[in-house]
Unconditional design. Structure first.
Ligand SMILES: [Zn+2]
Length: 438
């Protein structure tokens, strides 16, 4: 092993994945439906998980790493998969066995109390988010959402819903190298494909049922946007033991009008000053619990309304220019005042809809989630499971093993690039760290 820092980082990563997360064991549990097997499933799954953990941008790039021998250090005397072999395997893999790998890694992290500190005041907050991951006019598959446009064009798209831990907002104030690792890392708990003709909320409800089945009470509060402001979703969440904070933007909801009526002429119940990133914020809060105007809701709803005045300084041509902005954040929640004050509800909402929360955008920009690696009903879901497992390993590694962030490692991308480079350059066998979990 070369003594360079990035060689050591790779070794550290592989040891963490192999011994703490038992990645090798779970890789060897992956099953597929292939009749003729030239390359074992665990080899293919290993190439996928580590490739995505180090942010590979395409299957072509992954194939180039394989051809350059990047994975040879994990498999003694065995050749790696070629691109077509990997694609074909993704289409034939048993998806539950891939997700089981991710579930096991997250279950271990929970046992290690990674999420205990919570996102806000001890509440572990998870964002449910829907997003489009592929759109093409070239051809469809049986699982596509089909859009017929007025001009006769037909487009095929795939959408999915994901559940991701919201990170502790306090940490955002500090430079990255000083950030405390006490809050939970932004792991992805799962993804669910939206079926043809199904809406986003339907897919989200299926995802939640699956996650509760696998993990039990995996989080405390779900944050969702206005599309989820419907009674069946909120009632089901509550039945599963999960609270919700729903962002309301639409003035047409009766509950929004009722809350506005009760607020009118009343002073805010609470006013306080805080910071969001580099901005000073004065927040005025109105709390209206016991609203019964929500049709079908199993218990009364509660609206928390926040008016925020943000002030900051912008430097123009060497001169400070004071800036001010005003904005409103309004949420419906199933949490009662005795459980969480309006200020805590506001903090939960701001953690999700804050200035720096990236969520799905980060997965798309830096992890190539919407790259469209493979257009195939099973194949693309296999890619998601591998990508999410790789993403989570990276996030857990950062939170649990990386103590100081210097030089290129000051950013997540820098650390990922460093690991990527080491993967291509290190020749010392690393298989023992990955597979031997005794
Ligand atoms: Zn399709």
């Amino acid at each position: 092993m070369g003594a360079t820092p990035f060689h050591r980082r790779l070794k550290q990563f592989v040891r963490y994945a192999g011994s703490t997360c038992r990645l090798g064991y779970w890789l060897s549990q992956v099953r597929d439906l292939r009749r003729r097997v030239s390359i074992p499933a665990r080899t293919l799954a290993c190439v996928g998980v580590l490739g995505f953990a180090f942010r590979v941008a395409s299957l072509m790039e992954l194939a180039s790493w394989v051809e350059a021998g990047a994975f040879r250090k994990f498999f003694r005397g065995q050749r790696g998969p070629l691109r077509d072999c990997f694609r074909d395997w993704c289409k034939r893999v048993e998806l539950p066995s891939l997700w089981a790998m991710n579930d096991a890694i997250l279950a271990k992290a929970r046992r290690d109390k990674v999420f205990r500190a919570g996102t806000v005041h001890g509440w572990h907050v998870v964002a449910i988010d829907g997003t489009e991951v592929l759109r093409t006019s070239a051809r469809g598959c049986p699982a596509c959402q089909v859009y017929h446009h007025n001009d006769g064009r037909i487009e095929y798209a795939h959408r999915m819903v994901l559940a991701q831990t919201v990170v502790r907002p306090e940490a955002q104030d500090e430079p990255k190298h000083r950030r405390r690792s006490s809050g939970p890392p932004p792991v992805v708990w799962g993804m669910e494909a939206q079926r043809p003709g199904e809406d986003e909320v339907g897919a989200a409800r299926r995802l939640l049922r699956r996650l509760v089945q696998r993990h039990g009470h995996f989080c405390d509060v779900l944050t969702v946007d206005g599309a989820y402001a419907e009674a069946p979703f909120l009632n089901e969440g509550r039945a599963l033991g999960l609270q919700a904070v729903v962002r309301l933007k639409d003035e047409r909801y009766h509950v929004v009008q009722d809350a506005a009526g009760l607020r009118r002429g009343e002073p805010p119940q609470e006013t306080f000053a805080t910071r969001i990133g580099s901005k000073q914020v004065v927040v005025r809060l109105w709390d209206t619990p016991d609203l019964t105007s929500w049709e079908g809701l199993s218990r009364p709803g509660r609206v928390v309304y926040a008016e925020e005045t943000l002030t900051w300084t912008q430097w123009k041509e060497g001169k400070p220019k004071p800036q001010q902005a005003y904005r409103i954040l309004q949420v419906l929640t199933t949490l009662e005042p005795a459980q969480a004050s309006a200020r805590v509800i506001w903090a939960i909402a701001r953690a999700r809809w804050g200035v720096e929360h990236e969520g799905v955008r980060e997965l798309k920009t830096h992890w190539h989630l919407d790259h469209g690696f493979l257009h195939h009903p099973t194949g693309m879901q296999a890619i998601w499971a591998l990508l999410v497992t790789g993403f989570n390993l990276f996030q857990l590694f950062l939170a649990r093993r990386v103590r100081s962030r210097r030089d290129v490692e000051a950013t997540d991308s820098g650390l990922a690039q460093r690991l990527q480079r080491a993967l291509r350059e290190v020749t010392e066998p690393l298989g023992p760290y990955l597979w031997d979990t005794s």
